[in-house]
Design a protein around this ligand. Structure first.
Ligand code: MG
Length: 263
């Protein structure tokens, strides 16, 4: 047995290797931005349970806010006890949580005319020691900063992303396209949803960024990369990212959640 704070020593062919068990530190910030009357983004995390979620809601009236906060609450509730340190089947738990969260939002939208059609994007991490599952539905994103390099891990489920991938539109055109808000998958808008789910191994020093499009529309990846390269507390990095996105226009709600893997 070992705790998440103590290193594990493994004997391999006579050499003693110190296999440090990773632990995680997280911080997040959200802001209404400068143009929107309310904040329809939501985030939540539990380092103890290894769950980190960012959602960007949509729908008339207050529906977007309800959808995004419902999704965050459901994911945290359904994945509590499945993360760090547990020996459960995390990928299966993740799929079940997505299905249940989708159903919760969809059912609520069906029952209440005012909330009809509401939905949300969802980008999340479910972490068990060094195993990280990335979940994505919609155009919120997950990036990983490793050795000073920022890499986008998720693919947007958006009309412009499809156009770019099929060669019908350039990246520059996609950024200006009037169709750039159209997402091709959302949580809660239909009876069923198919998330992208993939696993990867975290290394000490990895920094994961989960964010809504209010950040990535305003700041080019190169700017985010250089800001994350600065060695500062995660809270400061979050505040600076949000501040920079507001300064660059703040046309949408802005949310960022940083998760650092440390030895
Ligand atoms: Mg947005």
């Amino acid at each position: 047995m070992f705790t998440r704070d103590s290193p594990v020593y493994t004997i391999v062919r006579g050499f003693t290797l110190a296999t440090a068990v990773l632990h995680y530190v997280a911080a997040a910030a959200t802001d209404r931005g400068r143009k929107r009357p309310s904040n329809e983004d939501a985030f939540g995390f539990s380092v103890e349970d290894g769950v980190y979620v960012v959602c960007d809601g949509m729908g008339g009236a207050a529906a977007g806010e309800i959808a995004s906060s419902l999704a965050v609450d459901e994911m945290l509730r359904l994945l509590s006890g499945h993360g760090a340190g547990s020996s459960g089947n995390l990928p299966e738990a993740v799929e079940q949580a997505i299905t249940a969260a989708n159903e919760a939002i969809y059912t609520r939208g069906q029952r209440n005319q005012r909330l009809s059609g509401m939905g949300t994007t969802l980008v999340a991490l479910a972490v068990e020691e060094s195993h990280v599952w990335v979940l994505n539905i919609g155009d919120s994103r997950c990036y990983r900063m490793r050795q000073g390099r920022l890499e986008q891990l998720t693919v947007d489920h958006s009309l412009v992303e499809e156009q770019v991938r099929s060669g019908r539109m350039s990246r520059a055109e996609a950024l200006r396209s009037p169709l750039r808000n159209v997402i091709t998958r959302a949580l809660g808008t239909q009876v069923r949803v198919t998330p992208d789910v993939f696993g990867l191994e975290a290394e000490p020093g990895d920094l994961f960024l989960l964010c809504s499009d209010g950040l990535t529309r305003e700041l080019p990846d190169a700017v985010i990369e250089s800001m994350l390269a600065e060695s500062r507390p995660l809270e400061d990095l979050c505040a600076r990212l949000v501040g920079a996105a507001k300064k660059a226009g703040g046309n949408d709600n802005i949310t960022c959640l940083l998760v650092s893997a440390e030895a």
